[in-house]
Design a protein around this ligand. Structure first.
Ligand code: AMP
Length: 415
């Protein structure tokens, strides 16, 4: 954490007080890196992982800079998913209130009329590209007064095929706007797009390993049989000290099926979240997960993007992630804001080399090898091996193998 305070970075008293009320007193690394540049009016490219405090890194200076008198909306934040858009609003609402600014989110899957009204009145508009284009086409809002443009999780937006929509949206904003580009990577297409949307930008890189915002992330690899996967999951869910758990599966139907199966077991309170659910069902599942009514959320990758629920103690890769990026995004939902976490990956028969490859590319080969999963194993449900990495989103910290089941973190689900 930085020695500087938010006030040292030029943030005014009302915002500092609103942050303090939420227990946010010292800037995280990415915030110290970025706030000054934004207040100086620079375009900024920021490489920073999820969970590093990036929302406040753009949100605080945005709220500082936007004028209550400005034509609205005067700031636009583009986000890939509805969940991320709502979470950005949740995170920024109290500081906006401290400066009498209004903020709202627009995303698909819910009625458009009420959103349209709120959007036209908002100083800061947080939007998913599809719904934003709908609103513009209907003449409900215009982007001609946008002074500040933020692209959040820009790499995911590109992955999800939003490039044409984002291009059209960016073209409708004034050329002399200030642009902030946040992405987990600035290489490849993300880097090229970042260049094309910004003018003379400064680049700030906040590496996961150096960040003090992440707690200890322990990686486990569990050998499972295709027939015994469900019982292996139930065993995991039964572990002492388990708090909120996110279980990742590949398909929407797989999510529903799994929830049906595991909720038959006594004491398991689970819900599914995926793209086929209505927005209300998704919001309810998230709210139940946050309140502790449900302690296990079974999610597809797309639905889980942007989920930022505090104190997720376990992430379980029930189905193997498609690639290392997906692995990082999944396990990045735990060990946030200084808390500890466990990332469990099931390795079914025939998936050993795929999993080994992923582990290698995220820098946790030694953890994978320490788990002792045989090459081409028979899936007999071995006990997991445990390995631990400090500050481990990319997992490049020092690690050691541990086979004991003791020393679990003691978080309980909130009730
Ligand atoms: P983000 O990367 O924006 O998803 O933020 C991750 C989590 O860290 C959120 O729950 C934030 O509320 C929290 N957070 C962000 N900045 C700070 C800070 N300076 N001090 C304490 N918590 C923070």
């Amino acid at each position: 954490m930085s020695k500087q305070s938010f006030a040292d970075l030029g943030i005014s008293g009302s915002i500092v007080s609103a942050l303090e009320e939420r227990g946010i007193e010292k800037p995280f690394a990415v915030q110290s890196l970025v706030i000054g540049d934004v207040l100086a009016g620079r375009d900024v490219l920021v490489q920073s992982p999820t969970g590093s405090g990036k929302t406040l890194a753009f949100g605080i200076p945005l709220v500082e800079a936007v004028s209550t008198e400005a034509r609205r909306p005067s700031a636009l934040v583009l986000a890939p998913t509805r969940e991320l858009a709502s979470q950005i609003v949740d995170e920024l609402e109290s500081i906006c209130r401290s400066r009498a600014l209004s903020i709202t989110a627009v995303y698909g899957g819910v009625g458009i009329q009420a959103q349209a009204k709120r959007a036209a009145r908002a100083h800061i508009l947080v939007a998913c590209p599809g719904r934003l284009e709908d609103l513009i086409q209907r003449g409900e809002i215009t982007l001609e007064h946008i002074q500040y443009l933020v692209l959040d999780e820009a790499d995911r937006m590109l992955d999800m095929g939003f490039k044409p929509a984002v291009d059209r949206i960016v073209r409708q904003t004034p050329k002399d706007r200030q642009t902030l580009f946040f992405s987990a990577t600035l290489e490849g297409e993300a880097g090229r797009v970042a260049e094309s949307y910004t003018t003379d930008p400064v680049t700030r890189v906040n590496r996961a390993e150096a960040s003090s915002t992440r707690g200890r992330l322990r990686y486990e690899f569990v050998s499972v049989g295709r027939e015994t996967k469900v019982s292996s999951l139930l065993e995991q869910l039964d572990e002492p000290g388990r708090g909120r758990t996110l279980v990742f599966v590949r398909t929407k139907h797989g999510a529903d099926r799994l929830v049906k199966k595991i909720t038959r077991a006594p004491g398991v309170h689970a819900a599914a979240i995926h793209g086929n659910k209505s927005q209300n069902q998704r919001n309810r599942a998230l709210a139940d997960f946050e309140s502790g009514k449900v302690d296990t959320l079974v999610a597809t990758d797309v639905a889980a993007r942007g989920i930022d629920v505090a104190e997720v103690t376990h992430v379980i890769n029930y189905d193997i992630p498609v690639d290392s990026d997906t692995f990082i995004h999944r396990v990045g939902r735990t060990a946030r804001a200084g808390a500890d976490g466990v990332g469990v990956s099931f390795v079914a028969e025939g998936q050993e080399s795929e999993m080994r490859k992923i582990a290698k590319s995220v820098g946790i080969s030694s953890e994978y090898e320490a788990a002792g999963i045989p090459r081409g194993h028979s899936g007999s449900g071995q006990k997991p091996s445990r390995t631990e990495t400090t500050n481990g989103q990319g997992g490049r910290g020092r690690s050691r193998s541990r086979r004991s089941r003791s020393n679990r973190n003691g978080q309980k689900p909130r009730s």
